[in-house]
Design a protein around this ligand. Structure first.
Ligand SMILES: CCCCCCCCCCCCCCCCCCCCCCCC(=O)SCCNC(=O)CCNC(=O)[C@H](O)C(C)(C)COP(=O)(O)OP(=O)(O)OC[C@H]1O[C@@H](n2cnc3c(N)ncnc32)[C@H](O)[C@@H]1OP(=O)(O)O
Ligand SMILES: NC(=O)C1=CN([C@@H]2O[C@H](COP(=O)(O)OP(=O)(O)OC[C@H]3O[C@@H](n4cnc5c(N)ncnc54)[C@H](OP(=O)(O)O)[C@@H]3O)[C@@H](O)[C@H]2O)C=CC1
Length: 425
């Protein structure tokens, strides 16, 4: 019997970001492997014209949850969606709901965040820093809380080359930033943002670093752990291989390559491609939740969830794999035959962008116009190239993440849990 699965039995678990990529896979695994858990509280906001209930219904009726319905037929009764907006004071949670959360929660998984690289500093701080502080404050008022698991990113310190499982201080105190955002107006905030983020490549990674500092500073006597996944990809094995529902990280570019839109990329072929499947991240989250609650480590531990030091891959190998897959299983109605050309040279990259991306798009749009249709390819191409340029920083560098804590945790697991966490099928 898995000790980890047994641990979550009878527990009341609070998940933020449960409607997101990672949150959905976490909920699925919890319901599937610990169907006797008491309740999962999820903090949800209405979105895109859907009520909370409609959003939950859609998730539970998706393909991802098919196995859950077999092992946990009353899953609808075990999920409690609570109206919340993490960018508001007290998350805009009603008094009654707040009371229930405070008195019942045993474990918190804090996944919610804004992951956009180009978000405004104000919004990113609200979500990734202030909301984390607010949640910690709530956690400190939960008498039954056993563990608080905060999800960060392996790139929160990507201004360093070698990253240990420790919290690195940011040059400006998070509290000072939170306070100043209260009285500065938006125009000034955007003007000072580049000065604040210094050598971080974007607002996302910078605010995730601030979020970690807040966790350290506000940890009080809570049992907290931080998990830092690298680039989270589709499921490896659970509940079935290849599940993904967004175009973040590499996904959008892989689709663009498969469709034949993107044929060249400014990337360093030998740079490490540190991808990690989402089900592996979830397995670590559950193991960390168990370990933190049961073993109560004296200090707060940080766990890296990365692949580069155990099973290294580089962008060249990744490209070869992706192209081989598209050869076998081509995407429908592709624009051109997929092809990959990686170059780290600026001039060559601009040449390929002009010749292989912009020119064909313009020609195709002329053809659409001549045949009485609405041109669209230039817009699509600009979108893809904008995304590619935003990701460039990450595909032209390599990082080393130490994984002592993650390895220590693996050695603490029972043989059954090691099997379930590492190679479940
Ligand atoms: C030679 C070619 C290739 C050869 C083939 C071989 C391929 C081999 C692999 C190569 C891939 C290499 C890529 C590597 C990428 C590495 C990424 C590393 C990132 C590390 C960071 C740290 C990891 C993290 O912590 S994760 C969180 C990461 N966050 C993200 O990934 C978000 C990044 N995205 C953004 O910030 C924005 O999308 C941005 C700024 C890139 C673009 O913004 P913009 O405003 O221009 O567009 P959007 O409004 O965002 O979207 C346009 C369009 O798409 C729809 N859309 C957006 N997001 C989603 C989604 N999640 N799901 C579904 N649809 C989405 C959106 O609705 C828009 O549609 P419209 O119809 O236009 O409305
Ligand atoms: N994906 C990746 O490659 C990686 C992700 N991470 C980290 O993992 C965590 C989860 O990421 P991922 O699942 O990919 O991100 P998603 O963007 O898929 O999910 C973000 C979640 O946060 C919620 N959220 C955002 N704003 C609010 C708000 N104002 N009020 C309530 N909920 C809100 C979203 O809700 P809604 O559905 O309503 O928008 C959604 O559930 C993040 O902390 C991220 O930094 C770390 C490394 C890599």
């Amino acid at each position: 019997m898995s000790m980890i699965a047994a641990f979550y039995g009878g527990k009341s678990i609070l998940i933020t970001g449960a409607t997101g990529f990672l949150g959905k896979v976490l909920m699925e695994k919890l319901f599937r492997t610990s169907p006797d858990l008491k309740v999962i509280y999820i903090l949800v906001r209405p979105k895109a014209g859907q009520t909370l209930q409609q959003r939950v219904f859609q998730i539970l009726n998706s393909k991802l949850f098919e196995k859950v319905k077999e092992v946990c037929p009353n899953v609808h009764e075990k999920i409690r969606a609570i109206y919340a907006d993490l960018s508001q004071n007290d998350f805009a949670i009603s008094k009654e709901d707040m009371q229930e959360l405070l008195s019942c929660t045993n474990i918190i998984f804090h996944c919610a965040a804004t992951v956009r690289f180009d978000d405004t500093l104000r919004h990113a701080v609200q979500l990734n820093v202030t909301a984390t502080r607010q949640l910690l404050l709530m956690a400190s008022q939960m008498p039954k809380l056993e563990a608080f698991i905060h999800i960060s990113t392996a790139y929160s310190n990507c201004n360093l080359k070698h990253i240990d499982e420790v919290i690195y201080p940011c040059p400006v105190e998070p509290k000072k930033i939170i306070d100043s955002l209260e009285w500065l107006d938006d125009a000034i905030i955007e003007e000072i943002a580049p000065k604040l983020i210094r050598d971080w490549p974007n607002i996302y990674t910078y605010t995730k670093a601030l979020g970690e500092m807040v966790v350290q500073q506000e940890s009080r006597n809570l049992n907290i752990a931080i998990i830092r996944p690298s680039i989270v990809g589709a499921t490896w094995q659970e509940p079935f291989p290849g599940w993904v529902d967004n175009i973040n990280g590499p996904n959008g570019l892989i689709i663009a390559a498969g469709k034949g839109f993107l044929r060249a990329l400014k990337a360093t072929p030998k740079a490490v491609a540190d991808l990690i499947p989402v089900d592996t991240v979830v397995n670590l989250m559950l193991a960390v939740g168990w370990y933190t609650a049961v073993h109560r480590p004296k200090s707060m531990l940080v766990y890296h969830c990365t692949s580069g030091n155990l099973n290294p891959c580089n962008w060249h190998k990744m490209g070869v794999q992706v192209l081989a897959t598209f050869e076998k299983i081509p995407l429908e109605r592709a624009f051109r035959r997929p092809y990959a050309n990686f170059t780290s040279n600026n001039f060559t990259s601009q040449y390929w962008n002009a010749v292989s991306h912009r020119a064909p798009a313009i020609i195709y749009d002329c053809y659409l116009r001549l045949t009485g249709r609405k041109p669209r390819m230039t817009k699509v191409m600009n979108q893809i190239l904008r995304t590619a340029s935003m990701l460039e920083y990450f595909i032209n560098r390599s990082w080393e993440w130490s994984t002592y804590n993650t390895e220590m945790l693996m050695s603490e697991l029972s043989p059954e849990d090691q099997r379930v966490s590492i190679a479940p099928t």
